[in-house]
Each structure stands twice: as C-alpha cells, then as structure tokens.
Design a protein around this ligand. Structure first.
Ligand code: NAP
Ligand code: F7E
Length: 384
C-alpha cells in the first residue's frame, strides 16, 4: 500500500515540527515548505532531516513562501498531497500591529493561494485541507466560554487576517465541496515555543534568573487570561480533524484559563522560588518572598543556593508598557465539547504539567549557557 502524503506549510515552526514527527511515526511521507533564510531555520526539525541522496525518504523540504502563488501551486502540483496542513503564518499578535500588510498577505491571502491551487490542479476530491485558525478570532469575547458558534470579534491585524482565512476555508468547502476544515486552536505551548511568546519568555527568564544569568524580566499586560494547552496534544487534533468523513470546524482547548501573573508564579515555583506581586498597572512588580531549598537545590543546583538566598525581597518581574498591545484580548477560555464528542480528542497535559515540561527544558538549556559564560569548565559537573 502506498504511503499517505502530507504537505505542511510552516514546517519549521512549533506545530510543524511536532506534527511532522507525529505523521512520520504514522507512516506518512511528509513534505514541508520552508522559507529561505540567511541563517539555518530548521532547528526544530533537524532530527527528522534526511539527506536528499538517500533512496527512500519520509521527510522532504521545499523552498517556498505563503506570499508566492506560483511557488505554492508548483509545489502542490508536484507533491499531489492527500492532506495539506496550512500552518504557515506570521503568528505573533503584537508584531502584526507593526507589519499589518505583510500579515494580511501571508496569513490571509496565503490561505486563498493554497485553496485555489488545490482547485485549479483538480485535486479537490483528493486533497484534504486543515486551516490553522485561532482563538484570537474571538478577540473581544462575545461569550464565555467560547465555542464553535460564538461570534468572532478580532482585535489585531493578525486576527483579522486569520478571520479571512477562516471564512475562505468555509467558503471553498461549501462552494466546491472541498474537504477543508478549521481547527480553532487556543494557545498551545511547549519547549519548542518561539522565545517571544509569553510562556516561553517566562520559562526562559525564570531559568536564567535562578542561575544568576539575568536580574529581572520585563513583561506586558499581566492580567490577561489564556487557555493554554500543550502543542503535542493539539497537533493530534489537527490530524483527527482531517481523518473525519465530513469536513467541519472545531474548537481545541483545555477549558481552563489562567492569568499571565499566575503563570509566572507557577514557573518560578517549579524551581522552588516563591514570587508575589504588588502595585498596579505599569507599577506592578513581582518580588521573591521565599525559597524551597530542597527543590531549588535539586533542580537549579546547590552551588547557586547561597547567592540566591541573598536575593529574597528583590524584584524579579517588572512591567514595560512597550509590551502592551494597542487592542488586547483580555480573556480566552474554550469549550472543547465538540472535539471531545466528535473527534474523541482530549488534552493530556494540564497547565502544571505543561509549565513543568517547559521550565525543566529551559533550566537545562540555560545551564549550557551558563557553562559557556563560565569558560566551559563546569560542563564536567553537569554532564559527567
Ligand atoms: P510558529 O512557531 O510561529 O511557526 C510559524 C511557521 O510559519 C514557521 O515555520 C514560519 O517559518 C512559517 N512562516 C511564516 N511566514 C511564512 C511565509 N510567509 N511563508 C512560508 N512560511 C512562513 O507558529 P506555531 O505556534 O507553530 O503555529 C502554527 C500555526 O497555528 C500558525 O498559523 C499560527 O498562527 C496558528 N496558531 C497558533 C496557535 C498557538 O498557540 N501556537 C494557536 C492558534 C493558531 P520560519 O520558521 O522561517 O519563521
Ligand atoms: O500573548 C500577554 C499578551 O504573545 C499572550 C499566538 O500563538 O496564541 C498566540 O497569541 C498574552 C497576551 O500569545 C507579555 O498581552 C504579557 O495577552 O503569548 P502571546 P497570543 O497573543 O495569545 C494565539 C492563539 C495565536 O493564534 C497566536 O498565533 O500575554 N503578555 N506580557 C505578553 N505577551 C508577550 N508575547 N510578551 C510579553 O512580555
């Protein structure tokens, strides 16, 4: 039996990496579209890479860009995919206010380019399409919790571009009978999350602070609330959506919402550090109140304990309004009933397990950085 063929746009991103690995394990041949970059941008998928000279490959990369119709059409024509996962996007909400036109082009019209290519290449009956829609569509939320029927109210150029993608996907499904579906995914994170999204910024910073590599981290709005899940769970939902007989749209979420402030506290406490907050708005700050010496010693290292104990009372979190957004999404919390009942999907990581996974990853990463900073001699202690 010939292997199923998937094409993933955004293959070098967080979700692209986890999904590639997942599909390869399932026996797929995965084709991915990566952008040309002056530096290597394939860190997240290097472990899956196969030399082009190998006879049989299950991971094949193509240069491409969501803003280039001809390129996308050629790749889809060459690959003849059974499934397309359209994950490529300029995915940072704050940055979309700085690059609104580019964001509309890549995140909005880019999706049209994929759908239209499939139609023009007469692949409508063969190729199933997954569109990476987002909880950002709910923006100024009209209902709590948000579900598939909740009206959208986007609050950023990113969300407005994704709104176009959502509806053009629905339209191609209805107009041409395509198997095209939206996954309305709430925030999902992991050790592979981009460094400028809030969870990863926090888990990296708390690790550096604990090791004495950084004094303080500056954040934006600490009061917004997000429904965070683990990317490893969420890519499974993408796969399940494309295995259904009928295309449809699904909310993928955990159903639990948490403030940024509480996520910061949780992350510090993974390392045995208690942090409390005082003040409001731009004057809010987080300071160290206590250390659980057992946890700190076990995870950060005994050699750091004495220095860190001297820091009790010090401010480690500040607020810089530069990180505020012109329009904010205050609260997201998803109702995943449809995904549970129709897809049989459910999250396996709660926020504590997700936070643990990310902090443990980043503390090890930062220990390597510390090792380099110290001229390298400490590596023997850590890796012998
Ligand atoms: P990510 O880590 O930012 O990855 C985005 C991917 O898109 C990267 O591979 C990036 O390439 C690629 N890309 C960006 N612009 C492109 C262009 N013009 N042409 C071709 N490729 C381009 O995002 P993610 O977290 O994996 O999210 C995957 C998708 O789900 C995105 O569409 C995102 O908007 C959406 N989404 C994410 C979440 C979430 O919480 N993570 C929730 C809902 C929806 P480079 O590596 O070269 O930058
Ligand atoms: O912000 C607040 C910020 O950038 C979350 C993307 O994957 O998920 C992501 O979009 C919240 C916001 O994610 C900082 O104001 C405070 O309220 O991690 P984020 P996002 O904007 O929710 C959705 C579902 C997507 O589709 C997107 O592609 O955290 N916040 N302080 C901060 N955010 C950042 N980035 N940095 C801060 O310092």
């Amino acid at each position: 039996m010939s292997k199923k063929v998937a094409l993933i746009t955004g293959v070098t991103g967080q979700d692209g990496a986890y999904l590639s690995e997942y599909l390869i394990k399932k026996g797929y041949v995965v084709h991915g579209i990566k952008r040309r970059s002056s530096l290597f941008n394939t860190d997240r998928i290097d472990h899956l890479y196969q030399d082009p000279h190998e006879e049989t490959r299950n991971m094949i990369l193509h240069y491409g860009d969501m803003t280039d119709s001809m390129n996308l059409t050629r790749i889809i024509g060459d690959v003849q995919p059974d499934e397309i996962y359209n994950l490529a996007a300029m995915s940072h909400v704050k940055v979309s206010f700085d690059t609104p036109e580019y964001t509309a082009n890549a995140d909005g019209i880019g999706t049209l380019r994929i759908l239209e290519a499939v139609r023009l290449l007469n692949l409508t009956n063969k190729t199933r399409i997954y569109q990476a829609s987002t909880s950002e569509l709910y923006g100024l939320v009209q209902e709590i919790p948000q579900k598939e029927t909740t009206p959208f109210y986007p609050r950023s150029p990113y969300a407005v571009a994704k709104l176009y993608s959502y509806w053009i996907t629905v339209n191609y499904r209805e107009a041409y009978g395509m198997h095209a579906s939206n996954g309305i995914l709430f925030n999902h994170e992991s050790p592979l999350r981009g460094e400028t999204f809030v969870t990863r910024k926090v888990t990296r910073a708390v690790s550096r602070i604990a090791l004495g590599l950084q004094k303080k981290v500056y954040m934006g709005n600490l009061s917004s609330k997000r429904d965070w899940g683990h990317a490893k769970d969420y890519i499974k939902a993408m796969y399940l959506i494309l295995q259904q007989d009928t295309p449809d749209d699904y909310v993928i979420s955990t159903g639990v919402t948490t403030t940024i402030r509480d996520f910061i506290k949780m992350s510090f406490s993974e390392l045995g550090i208690d942090v409390m907050f005082r003040g409001v708005d731009e004057k809010e700050e987080g300071y160290i109140t206590n250390i659980n010496e057992n946890i700190f010693t076990k995870i950060v290292g005994e050699e750091h304990l004495l220095n860190f104990k001297k820091r009790i009372g010090e401010v480690v979190v500040g607020v810089d309004p530069a990180y505020f957004r012109p329009t904010e999404v205050d609260i997201l919390i998803g109702d995943n009933t449809k995904a549970r009942t129709k897809l049989g999907w459910e999250p396996t990581y709660d926020l504590k397990a997700l936070c643990h996974d990310m902090v443990m990853h980043d503390i090890e990463l930062m220990k390597k950085e510390e090792f380099l900073k110290n001229g390298g001699y400490r590596i023997l202690n850590y890796f012998e």
